[in-house]
Write a protein that binds this ligand. Structure first.
Ligand SMILES: NC(=O)c1ccc[n+]([C@@H]2O[C@H](COP(=O)([O-])OP(=O)(O)OC[C@H]3O[C@@H](n4cnc5c(N)ncnc54)[C@H](OP(=O)(O)O)[C@@H]3O)[C@@H](O)[C@H]2O)c1
Length: 244
């Protein structure tokens, strides 16, 4: 498997889980791959045969086809690719610094578009494999207190749905994962939202989704129902609910 954003807490919990389930080849792609050497060692100790770390910057879209292509060329068939990179940022800081907001949007949306298309091209050619996209409930109904982040996830989710539809019949597919609040580096120090969960719970749900061939995975599952209601609330009511 290939992980784009290989240092992500959610992705690493998932990789640990999949290696325990007998995944044998792991490529972790990250901005500072050398920092992932201890994790690579840990995964080898856990039973992975091959663990590689490669350089990948989501903002450097021009490099994506080459980075992804090199991994597929080196390892042959890749069964699963996880798009796990992302930045949360701070809405108040974005309000003061529009360029920083654009940088976050570039990573979360633009970088995901180019890297996912590079992956889809290779999955189509090999005729099988799944692209797992870490979306978020933040994109299902965008809140005013983090609307830059939420809008990038809304865009990413729409992109992933469209790509999944476009891949039907190719043998390759897309699985969208929509977690709520997860305790990770990204949310450190933030007040947990209702139904807050852990990277391990995301890993379990993701592994189960892979096993079942799910198109969309909500973590925890109750959020599918919660957001089924929230996404249809009239906006004045949504503003009150969202202003926790
Ligand atoms: N935690 C949550 O509550 C939550 C909920 C829903 C969805 N998600 C989504 O799940 C994914 C993983 O989040 P997480 O909780 O695991 O957060 P995390 O531990 O902070 O992981 C995010 C990863 O993105 C990487 N990244 C940031 N900018 C990058 C760039 N330009 N190029 C390459 N990698 C870059 C970071 O690497 P560096 O070390 O280089 O910064 C980091 O490893 C994200 O897409 C996030 O939006 C998270």
């Amino acid at each position: 498997m290939l992980v784009l954003g290989g240092g992500s807490d959610l992705a690493l919990a998932t990789v640990r889980r999949l290696v325990a389930d007998r995944c044998r080849t792991v490529v972790l792609a990250a901005r500072r791959p050398h920092e992932l050497k201890p994790v690579a060692e840990e995964l080898r100790d856990a039973g992975a045969d091959t663990v590689e770390t490669v350089a990948f910057d989501a903002a450097d879209t021009a490099s994506h086809a080459t980075v992804v292509g090199d991994v597929f060329d080196r390892h042959g068939d890749i069964d699963a690719v996880i798009v796990a990179f992302g930045v949360l940022g701070d809405q108040a800081a974005f309000d003061r610094d529009p360029a920083a907001a654009a940088d976050a949007a570039t990573v979360n949306y633009v970088g995901a578009v180019s890297s996912s298309l590079a992956v889809a091209d290779r999955l189509r050619s090999q005729g099988h494999g799944v692209l797992v996209v870490l979306s978020s409930v933040a994109g299902v109904r965008v809140r005013s207190d983090n609307f830059v982040y939420g809008s990038t996830k809304a865009g990413l989710d729409g992109f992933a749905q469209g790509l999944g539809d476009a891949l039907v019949g190719s043998g390759a597919r897309v699985m969208i994962v929509r977690p709520g609040f997860v305790h990770s580096k990204m949310t450190e120090g933030k007040e947990p939202a209702p139904f807050a969960t852990t990277p391990e719970a995301v890993a379990d749900a993701l592994a189960e989704g892979l096993r079942k061939g799910s198109a969309v995975v909500w973590v925890p599952p109750v959020l599918r129902l919660v957001f089924g209601v929230l996404r249809n609330l009239p906006r004045p009511l949504w503003r009150k609910v969202a202003a926790r």
